[in-house]
Design a protein around this ligand. Structure first.
Ligand SMILES: O=C(O)CCC(=O)C(=O)O
Length: 280
């Protein structure tokens, strides 16, 4: 791997791995995506439900776990992450699927995955795999270097009028600062944030640290449908970093995914549990 990729991921929090997946691997990913849409799990939600701008999202579908654990063993992503991070071991966490159809789906609001998931450390990565060629104007966006900055409260993803509607809220302990309204701020001042985005082709994998502020990838009439499979991995330097107590959304300190399996972990301990498939 080119050293520039490691540097970009470490410093910027995101990098594109061009041509990372071949046709066959991409076909396996697409089959897993389609199966997930046909067989939604208990965590399936509709982002901006009740509006014409809604999207289908599913997260860590337990019905899909065995098939996804088997899938990641056939993909080059474990080796890629080991090399990108400099980690001896790599584990697979779970998937998230995003389906935007009809040419009018809103941007996914800016957020950090670490507001929802008890994750700390450097060795975390989302492999963002879209099955369409995504133009830059419809791309996922990342605030450069934000994985090294503030951990904000999340957004509920339910209020189009207020994309910073707090997930955990003012009574949460510790209290995490409310998200900035990045869209409003950049509209007023295009230089307000240093934002990265890339046009991608099928087979490219956008790799981002889940602690980055990221969002976007809306659809429009010229790019009406987007099918994206996100596969999340972690390595040696992944720690348990609990969510706040007393979250207004009912999140436990271990979050809502694999919460029982993670309940035994203390803050700062290595993020390990036997439910996570070791890839490397
Ligand atoms: O694809 C999207 O719309 C959002 C992706 C995302 O939030 C993620 O990969 O964590």
């Amino acid at each position: 791997m080119d050293e520039s990729k490691r540097k970009a991921f470490a410093e910027d929090g995101a990098v594109v791995m061009e041509g990372c997946l071949d046709k066959e691997q991409l076909g396996l990913c697409r089959a897993a995506f389609d199966w997930g849409v046909e067989n939604p799990g208990p965590g399936a939600t509709t982002m901006f439900d009740g509006t014409a701008q809604k999207s289908h999202v599913d997260n860590a579908n337990p019905l899909a776990k065995d098939r996804l654990d088997a899938l990641v063993s056939k993909l080059p992503l474990g080796r890629m992450f080991a090399d990108l991070w400099g980690s001896k071991h790599v584990w697979y966490f779970a998937e998230e699927i995003f389906l935007k159809a009809g040419g009018n789906a809103a941007r996914s609001s800016w957020h950090q995955d670490t507001s929802y998931l008890p994750w700390g450390g450097k060795h975390w990565g989302n492999a963002w795999i879209s099955f369409e060629a995504v133009p830059k104007r419809n791309a996922l966006e990342v605030v450069r270097g934000s994985h090294c900055g503030t951990r904000y409260d999340g957004t509920t993803f339910q209020n189009l009028e207020d994309p910073t509607d707090p997930l955990h809220g003012d009574a949460a302990v510790p209290h995490w600062p409310r998200m900035p309204n990045i869209e409003v701020e950049r509209h007023a001042n295009p230089g307000a944030y240093d934002i990265l985005s890339w046009a991608t082709n099928p087979g490219d994998v956008l790799v981002l640290h889940p602690g980055t502020l990221h969002g976007g990838a809306p659809t429009d009439a010229d790019f009406p449908d987007r099918h994206t499979l996100v596969l999340r991995f972690f390595g040696d330097d992944a720690t348990f970093s609990p969510l706040p107590e007393n979250s207004r959304s009912g999140y436990s300190r271990a979050g809502v995914l694999f919460a029982e399996e993670l309940a035994h972990l203390k803050a700062g301990e290595p993020f390990r549990a036997s439910c996570f498939h070791q890839v490397i």
